[in-house]
Design a protein around this ligand. Sequence first.
Ligand SMILES: NC(=O)c1ccc[n+]([C@@H]2O[C@H](COP(=O)([O-])OP(=O)(O)OC[C@H]3O[C@@H](n4cnc5c(N)ncnc54)[C@H](O)[C@@H]3O)[C@@H](O)[C@H]2O)c1
Ligand SMILES: O=P(O)(O)OC[C@@H](O)[C@@H](O)[C@H](O)[C@H](O)CO
Length: 461
Amino acid sequence: MTVPTAWRRRDPAPAVRVVHLGLGAFHRAHQAWYTDRANAAAPYDTWGIAAFTGRSAAAARALAAQDGRYVVLTRAADGDTAQSIDALVEAHDGADVDTWRALVARPEVAVVTLTVTERGYCLTADGRLDLDDPAVQADIAALRRGDATAATTAPGRLVDGLRARRAAGAGPLAVVSCDNLPDNGSVTRTVVRTLASQVDTSLTAWIDATVSFVSTMVDRITPATTDADRDTVRLLTGRIDTSPVVTEPFAEWVLEDAFPAGRPAWDLVGARLVDDVRPYEQRKLWLLNAGHSLLAYTGLARGHATVAEAFADPACRTMLDELWDAARPVVPLPAGEVDDALATLRERFANPRIEHRLAQIACDGSVKLGVRVLAVARARRAAGLPAAPVHALVVGAWARHLSDESGSDPGAEALARALAAADTPREQAALLLDTLAPDLRDETDLVATLEQALAGSSQTV
Ligand SMILES: NC(=O)c1ccc[n+]([C@@H]2O[C@H](COP(=O)([O-])OP(=O)(O)OC[C@H]3O[C@@H](n4cnc5c(N)ncnc54)[C@H](O)[C@@H]3O)[C@@H](O)[C@H]2O)c1
Ligand SMILES: O=P(O)(O)OC[C@@H](O)[C@@H](O)[C@H](O)[C@H](O)CO
């Protein structure tokens, strides 16, 4: 493939030492951007990334045609700045399992990062690998056969790659989830170990001894790229970029320091290495992501299309303030730090130049609401605080969204049918809590306010 002159590298590409799965917008705006800046800050220790798409051969081809290079457009309220990223050195179709195995098995590869969406972890409602999922079953069968086409799920691909690494004797490795899930490192370990144990129990023991699963909190609002964004990049840089990414100025990355074979110097460019990521994860999931989900379901119902539009609507803002008030006392960080995060969030959500589509955020509520919204209800119960009606309001708004847009949540089609067939708000409330947080089914105040929200129908929002 001939790379156009505009995209040819002046300096040699850094050697591949990170492999990534899920080459979407967020990886390009966050982990690749951090790695690019870390390489500049530590030129004696550079790291290249080989990234695999989840499903799309076209996205990998488009980036490969630019030698992996692309522009990050940082969009502030008062203007754009363009930065070319060099850290991504290979882009592959996720279906290319031979290259996946070969790269994960290289001894100089020390880190595997993931952005495969919440759904990509194939979890049951209580956080285990869903062994009833046909895709998981197909992966287990293919991996037992040693099939060359092998795995399609993220846990299956990881097991496939780790098996190749063990066979090559390539040694320790860190697997780093960068998805919006609490305890994302432990969740990744659980799904990988469970799947490996179905294939080869000695592999599970090797994983336990050799692989670390790093929990991280990742934050940078990065909407899907549009044609208008590609036009802006062309005007600003003079380059035709098929794969730019538009993002906000704010970026945050908090990681556990568990890298047995080293890592890029992310700490030199703002990432924080800590012993326990959980407080930061909870701060982000319970304030930002929960806020996004509230704005998505209530904002769409009120005719808005973007976060900034919904945020400017006083009715949405009142609900958002209630949501943040309910979370404030249970986020396990000093109150001043929580208030600073909220002040920053108000500015970020108000940025009218970041066109973050509510429809994008509204997808897959069945795997998001439990960890973003009902986790706060659970934390309030544990702290002896009363149930907050706003949590029921968000779940009710999601249920109504599901009845109009069931395609936006492939994991909730059966639930949408059951909700439509249910005779009373009480039955609907039970169905919703069974799906999202079965342990909260006996939370009488929550159930009562959810029934009210469901009975109130669209008047509630
Ligand atoms: N966009 C953001 O603002 C943002 C911020 C923080 C975290 N995240 C996390 O990153 C994830 C991806 O966001 P994005 O903006 O890059 O989305 P995107 O749609 O641009 O890309 C998603 C990527 O994940 C891959 N993928 C999807 N399902 C997969 C699966 N089952 N197995 C393997 N790969 C799979 C897709 O093929 C694609 O490469 C989010 O779901 C979230 O968990 C996103
Ligand atoms: O990416 P998702 O689908 O997990 O969630 C949608 C948004 O809430 C999310 O992408 C935020 O923009 C992001 O988490 C900000 O860091």
